[in-house]
Design a protein around this ligand. Structure first.
Ligand code: FES
Length: 572
């Protein structure tokens, strides 16, 4: 990425359309954009592109129009020209079959539109789970200076006297409804209160985790991870982002190289906040764009040193607005400064140490704990290996039941979501509370890796009061979910991974202490099952044309971020 530093602002004249006559191409471009009322003076300035991901299907981005206005103000104060352009917009609840399936499409859209259009720097505005990963992947690959502006978290609300917010409470209340603890009228009423404003989910789910990660990587303004979407703070951050983007465009700030310092901070902050397991998939994809790979042993070593300090749902109690008031990401870095890289440059030209030097703890709430009083001593996330997951799997220990972290149980297997939906609540299902629920066929190729790893507790156990069981799958789970859930098992079952060989009644052992996930079946039996080709019966996401075909041919496994093979850079 060294070439970023050497580029001078080219404004409108960069990347002209190929007519075989560069002067004419520029003449034509100027003529067209003047049709929008711009003057020669405007067009002589460096250009800051601003990506608009607003959509009526995406309430997590409902504040983007206001953010754009604030970014433009900042850009113009620094004497550059802001130009807004759209890319696609992905909301978790509106992007079928899964938003991860479409993340790479968004990254390609982002990359190509940044590359194709004349801009000297770009502000990428987004927030809903897959957006920031897609934008960072795309912007890194495009190779132009960029700043991330998260849309920010929504507010929290109250229902029947208790504080609620999307979407940990959505899942908790739905589980209560399934178990008969809430009536239809009550769950319908709760539905009106769970999302009280625009913005991203108000817990430390994937959106907030990714926002913290990009701030720790120095790709945002200070405080950008946590200021509520509808706050004045958020608008001031947007203005500051525009200001810095113009300085990047003019060459007054050099775009930092992206490499091991940023990745280290991303992993450290993910662990310290007890963040979403999805972040590991996205980080692997982001790293792949600069020729790096996630190191599982290094990750577990860092996990062993890093306490979880943040007491937010889904694992804890608070909500994102509390996190912001407690000092946000900078406070987390402040508490664990020795675990972070502090001296590499950010896109603002400062470094994290400068931000720490300006920071003082003014909030005494316990949402962000001190090192001596963590909510979890270390290892909030753990990378697992073993004969059931030769290329890895992950568990969010901090959101799991402690008594299940070391567990051996009998497998109860479901082949895909349809099979699970069909049989899970059957009163005749042979299942007990100490069994291990296995859901396979929901990996990247099988089903676009939906957030279905949070297998519901079978109804007959739920009504008896069972609230958690060991559940394993080749899928993902929402960052807002909780439970003893093993995810991202790789290779996935639909690709013939060992998960495809599990049979009902097999014994499965989870040991978080040893970081292992094991199928307690001898090798000869497994070889015989392999020869039977069980996995060929599992569903695969069909794709005989268009994007679906591209996805089915190119998607990689979780440890490579589910990126497409051809989008990754050759290893460094
Ligand atoms: Fe958009 Fe949760 S649904 S961040």
């Amino acid at each position: 990425m060294d070439n970023w530093k050497k580029k001078q602002a080219q404004g409108l004249s960069s990347g002209t359309v190929n007519y075989g006559d560069k002067e004419f191409a520029l003449f034509l471009r100027r003529a067209f954009i003047k049709g929008a009322g711009l003057s020669d003076e405007d067009l002589s300035k460096p250009i800051v592109g601003i990506i608009d991901t607003s959509s009526d299907f995406n309430p997590c981005h409902g504040n983007v129009p206001q953010l754009i206005e604030a970014v433009k103000r900042g850009v113009m104060m620094q004497g550059a020209l802001p130009i807004v352009f759209p890319t696609i917009s992905l909301h978790e609840s509106f992007a079928a079959p899964t938003s991860l399936y479409l993340r790479n499409l968004m990254s390609m859209d982002t990359e190509e539109m940044i590359r194709a259009q004349p801009m000297d720097a770009v502000v990428v505005i987004g927030g809903c789970d897959k957006t920031i990963p897609a934008q960072v992947m795309g912007a890194l690959s495009a190779g132009k200076p960029f700043i991330v502006l998260p849309t920010g978290p929504m507010l929290s609300s109250r229902w029947h006297g208790e504080r609620v917010g999307a979407c940990t409470d959505c899942r908790r209340l739905w589980a209560d409804f399934r178990a008969g603890r809430l009536t239809q009228a009550q769950i319908d009423d709760a539905n009106n209160h769970l999302v009280p404003s625009v913005g991203t989910c108000s817990v430390m789910g994937t959106a907030s985790t990714m926002a913290c990660i990009v701030e720790a990587m120095g790709l945002t303004a200070p405080g950008a991870a946590s200021a509520p979407a509808v706050s004045a703070d958020r608008l001031r951050i947007a203005e500051r982002t525009g200001f810095a983007a113009a300085r990047l465009a003019k060459g007054e700030i050099a775009m930092p190289d992206f490499g091991k310092h940023q990745v280290h901070n991303a992993l450290a902050v993910l662990l310290a906040i007890g963040g979403s397991t999805n972040a590991l998939v996205h980080l692997a994809a982001i790293m792949g764009r600069v020729g790096m790979r996630l190191d599982s042993a290094g990750f577990n070593d860092l996990a062993n040193q890093t306490p979880v300090l943040v007491d937010l749902k889904p694992g804890g109690e608070g909500y994102m607005p509390d996190f912001h008031e407690a000092g946000g990401l900078v406070r987390v870095v402040f508490e664990l400064a020795d675990l972070f890289e502090l001296d590499f440059p950010t896109v603002f030209g400062d470094c994290l140490r400068d931000r720490l030097n300006k920071f003082s703890v003014t909030d005494s709430s316990s949402v962000i704990r001190g090192r001596s009083n963590p909510i979890y001593p270390h290892g909030g996330l753990r990378w697992l290996a073993g004969n059931l997951a030769p290329h890895g799997a992950v568990i969010k220990s901090v959101a799991a039941s402690e008594k299940l972290l070391e567990h051996t149980g009998r497998a109860v297997v479901f082949d895909g979501l349809e099979d699970m939906a069909h049989r899970l609540d059957d009163p005749g299902l042979d299942v007990k509370a100490d069994d291990v629920l296995v859901l396979r066929g929901i990996g990247p190729k099988g089903a676009g890796m939906p957030e279905a790893g949070l297998i519901p507790i079978p109804k007959k156990l739920a009504v008896e009061g069972v609230r958690d069981m060991v559940r394993i799958s080749d899928g993902r789970m929402s960052g807002t979910a909780f439970g003893t859930i093993v995810l991202h098992i790789s290779p996935e079952a639909a690709s013939g991974g060992p998960l495809s060989l599990v049979r009902n009644g097999d014994r499965i052992r989870l040991s978080v202490k040893e970081s292992t996930l094991s199928l307690l079946v001898d090798d000869a039996t497994l070889e015989k099952r392999k020869a039977d080709g069980v996995h060929r019966l599992l569903p695969v996401l069909a794709g005989d044309r268009g994007y679906a075909r591209l996805h089915s041919q190119e998607v990689l496994q979780a440890e490579d971020g589910c990126d497409f093979k051809f989008l990754r850079k050759s290893p460094r």
